[in-house]
Design a protein around this ligand. Sequence first.
Ligand code: PRE
Length: 283
Amino acid sequence: MSVKPFKLLNWLGRDPHGIYFLGPEGSYSHEVASLFQGRPVPVRTITEAFSSALKGGAAVVPVENSIEGPVNETLDNLFQHKEIYVNAEVEKEIELVLAVNPTVSGISQVRKVYSHPHALKEAAGFLERHGLKEMEVVESTSKAAQTASVTPGAAALCSKLAAELYGLKVLTEGVQDHVNMTRFFLVSTKPSYQGDKTTILFTVPHRPGSLFTALKAFAERDVNLTMIYSRPLKTSPWKYYFYLELEGGIQDPMISSSIEEARSLTSELWLKGSYPKRGVSNP
Ligand SMILES: O=C(O)C(=O)C[C@]1(C(=O)O)C=C[C@@H](O)C=C1
């Protein structure tokens, strides 16, 4: 049996619900879910991964890509489900391949390319250079591989692993336009307060300087912010919540005091947890 790098989260291995991931088998989310102790369980969407984890177990979800930016569905689910916390972060190198249905013998014969919207953006330059204009968005890169395997003339942008799993022929490896990294979270209903990074969500009053005032709590203590995004509240037009990640864990008094001060300066603030950060590259 292979050694699981996150075996310290050993409650996962005993949880009968398993670890939900964006399926089918062979997605990048699946590769990350396999790093944890516990049984990986495929679901159709990121939102379904969250709603499954609400009932027990955990979910592995993509949160940000270095080329395409944040995964809005993940940020919005973290905001919607206040009882879901971040337990771990995994940064993974994403190596995309162009893999084809066995009926295709060369790139000029490809009629349509299937993939996840993020992956299509991550290899946009490659697709353009090869005149691959016909594209179809599907739920994940592994779904793309599965679809291409039963569609003559089709190709998928997916991992080498997914190409093998669904019997596709790899035409070109490393088709991403730049160094391509995606960060994933392991989330569950179990709060976690130890680690190298912390995620918070907050809203601020709609008046000049309110975001600036909230962020001063971090600047004054030299706390390094690593990601900040605003997303629509949806329930109220042109109002937003802020998603923020910072370096350091809540076990550090400097971090906890900056968050407590920010709490007093915002309308509402939710601590989504402190968690360990880990990097993995392709085998
Ligand atoms: O489709 C997959 O394989 C996923 O795990 C999703 C996802 C993403 O949402 O960013 C993960 C990594 C890649 O960046 C492309 C797609």
